[in-house]
Design a protein around this ligand. Structure first.
Ligand SMILES: C[S@@+](CC[C@H](N)C(=O)[O-])C[C@H]1O[C@@H](n2cnc3c(N)ncnc32)[C@H](O)[C@@H]1O
Length: 265
């Protein structure tokens, strides 16, 4: 499989490589056979995309967001989920209850690459488009017809590549197109990481740039009226369960790791 990806789209190879390598470990904490398959088909060297901090961060966020989304789906079995900036992520396979509808949205070249790796599946739609334009919303609105649950939007590894103005645009697209309410689960990195991007263990091996960071997710909620912060968690909460190095990192730099937050409107 050959790849032609833009700078920010290339960052999707980081979680892909990590999920594949973790799956191949003796005692994997997460399992993603699709990632293993894609990495094999791409025949790429994963070293540059799989370093300790990124690895532990991706494993932590996968465990935490799987748990969070499973709870939501358990309460609302007919949920419509939009995975925004999906890259090569295969969370649908772990979440499927036979009823949910799932959209994987990403930029055109990322979706073209994704389509080579993933077959068409029932109740899953790949959408080529930008999170910053609302052309994709029509398909999601159509899917919501006759469903009781509010839509859920996931933004894993996305907001740091947006400016605050772009995040505001995205939030307004959500509010305006889904006025009956919804949930957004989004990852953010810390402010300091924007200045220290050349120190980031894996993103520095791409040409992508961090464009925003927060001290608290309230800064995201404050970007526009009507978005409420429900909860926020550091990846440290999960990552510190596994290694001394992650424990030390959390102790020395408690605010440095990425966080995910749930917002509602
Ligand atoms: C770090 S990757 C994360 C991929 C995936 N969420 C995961 O965790 O495996 C960031 C993704 O965001 C996508 N992206 C960046 N800007 C975007 C935009 N404006 N609209 C949709 N997707 C975007 C990139 O193409 C890339 O696939």
């Amino acid at each position: 499989m050959e790849l032609k990806l833009g700078d920010v789209q290339t960052t999707a190879l980081i979680p892909l490589a990590i999920k594949a390598n973790e799956t191949l470990r003796k005692k994997p904490r997460i399992r993603d056979q699709k990632a293993v398959e894609i990495i094999k088909a791409l025949n790429i060297e994963t070293d540059q995309y799989d370093k300790f901090m990124s690895h532990e961060g991706v494993v932590a966020r996968t465990i935490m967001l799987d748990r969070q989304l499973k709870e939501i789906i358990k309460k609302n079995p007919d949920t419509v989920v939009v995975n925004v900036g999906a890259g090569f992520d295969d969370r649908f396979s772990r979440m499927d209850n036979g009823k949910i509808l799932w959209f994987d949205l990403d930029l055109p070249d990322a979706v073209a690459a994704r389509k080579k790796a993933f077959d068409e599946r029932d109740r899953v739609t790949m959408i080529s488009g930008s999170a910053l334009e609302d052309s994709w919303c029509g398909q999601v609105k159509e899917a919501l017809k006759g469903r009781k649950s509010e839509p859920v939007f996931l933004a894993e590894g996305l907001f740091m590549y947006f400016t605050f103005d772009q995040i505001r645009t995205f939030l307004e697209i959500l509010k305006n197109n889904f006025p009956d309410g919804g949930t957004l689960i989004a990852e953010q990195n810390c402010k300091m990481m924007v200045k220290m991007e050349k120190q980031h263990d894996t993103v520095r091996n791409t040409n992508a740039h961090f464009l925003s960071g927060t001290d608290t997710a309230q800064e995201i909620a404050d970007l526009t009226d009507g978005i409420r912060l429900v909860e926020e968690h550091s990846f440290n909460e999960e990552a510190t369960k596994y290694t001394l190095r992650a424990k030390l990192f959390a102790l020395l730099f408690p605010k440095m790791n990425d966080r995910w937050a749930t917002f509602r409107w």
